[in-house]
Design a protein around this ligand. Structure first.
Ligand SMILES: [Zn+2]
Length: 347
């Protein structure tokens, strides 16, 4: 079993040109890193599934069919709501049409039951909260439909804060912290029993969030970020951030994107799987074995060639074993630590 802190499947299915992407996921073979058959084969049994608003320019360039008004230069509020709602509905469709094989989970007991019955466990995550700036009431609506995790900021500026400028080499200190609305959003979501993800926060927003979460005794979670000391990408976590994650009893999910792994920061897939283990080992040494797991970024990243999709997970686990990780330690990283964390937060 593997529980994975981050993937972009829902966004990819929304972007897909297939006639019925949900059917393709369930019964066919999709291009990309994940489909049901391959997840099963790899015993990849669940994780945080992201609802994400892609950058407008990315859609213009790669998916112009998704832009309704070609004369516009940015999304309208209606479009933002439409895009995020559509991805949430894809998750619902996956559950509905899976004949009991996929479950949107809102509690630890549901996730455990999925593991027991070999179902795929989806915990819904919102990456970047722009949609809530368009309509704050949607938070309750999405929460009712299963949303249990939120990254208030993505790389761009929004009502909630500056976002993070993902550059290399650079410190995570790339702008201002959370706005008043951003702080209020973190408090509201913490009260609702949701994970607050700091993965796309610049350093000031990270510390703003850390301070608020301390008041709630809630762990700091970076669902898909790596070690800044090994790869000086602004998206990665400095030693003092890592220390704060540890002190809060939080988690770091290791991101498999080569640009967040490599010491030269290059988007070069010719990157050894061992680089992932180097980051894991650094975390083990610096924050201990209870705070580390996977946050693959499947379907949203450039993977190393020897980890071409989810079916290569057993090779990664085997390599961890060869590098001296015990079975008990590997089990914690596969799912144990994530489950312990989720038990503390989601309800
Ligand atoms: Zn991300």
């Amino acid at each position: 079993m593997i529980f994975d802190g981050h993937n972009d499947l829902l966004t990819r299915l929304w972007l897909s040109s297939a006639k019925d992407p949900v059917h393709e996921f369930l019964h066919g073979t999709l291009p990309g890193h994940l489909d049901f058959k391959r997840c099963r084969q790899a015993q990849w049994t669940g994780g945080l599934f992201s609802i994400f608003l892609p950058p407008y320019r990315y859609l213009q360039q790669h998916h112009p069919e998704k832009i309704k008004d070609p004369t516009a230069t940015d999304f309208s509020s209606e479009q933002i709501i439409e895009i995020c709602t559509a991805q949430l509905e894809i998750a619902q469709q996956l559950q509905l049409r899976s004949e009991g094989k996929i479950q949107i989970c809102t509690s630890l007991s549901q996730i455990k039951s999925c593991f027991q019955h070999q179902q795929l466990a989806i915990v819904l995550h919102l990456e970047g909260a722009e949609v809530l700036a368009c309509d704050p009431m949607l938070l309750d609506d999405f929460h009712k439909k299963g949303l249990r995790s939120i990254g208030p900021l993505w790389n761009r500026k929004s009502l909630f804060g500056d976002g993070l400028n993902a550059t290399f080499p650079h410190s995570p200190d790339t702008g201002s912290g959370l706005t008043q609305q951003g702080k209020e959003l973190v408090r509201t979501c913490a009260r609702k029993g949701m994970i607050i993800d700091v993965s796309h926060m610049n350093e000031r927003a990270f510390w703003d969030t850390a301070e608020i979460l301390e008041g709630f005794h809630q762990p700091i979670v970076a669902t898909h970020s790596n070690v800044h000391a090994l790869c000086a990408q602004a998206r990665n976590l400095t030693d003092s951030q890592l220390k704060a994650v540890k002190q809060s009893h939080g988690m770091v999910g290791i991101n498999f994107d080569v640009a967040f792994l490599r010491s030269d920061g290059q988007r070069d897939p010719n990157t050894s799987i061992d680089t992932i283990i180097d980051h894991l080992s650094y975390l083990l040494e610096h924050i201990g074995e209870d705070h580390v797991g996977f946050g693959s970024d499947f379907d949203g990243c450039l993977l190393p060639l020897d980890l071409a999709d989810v079916t290569y997970m057993p090779q990664l686990l085997q390599r961890m074993q060869q590098r001296g990780y015990s079975e008990a330690l590997i089990e914690k990283m596969r799912f144990g630590n994530w489950l312990t964390l989720l038990e503390k937060i989601i309800h």
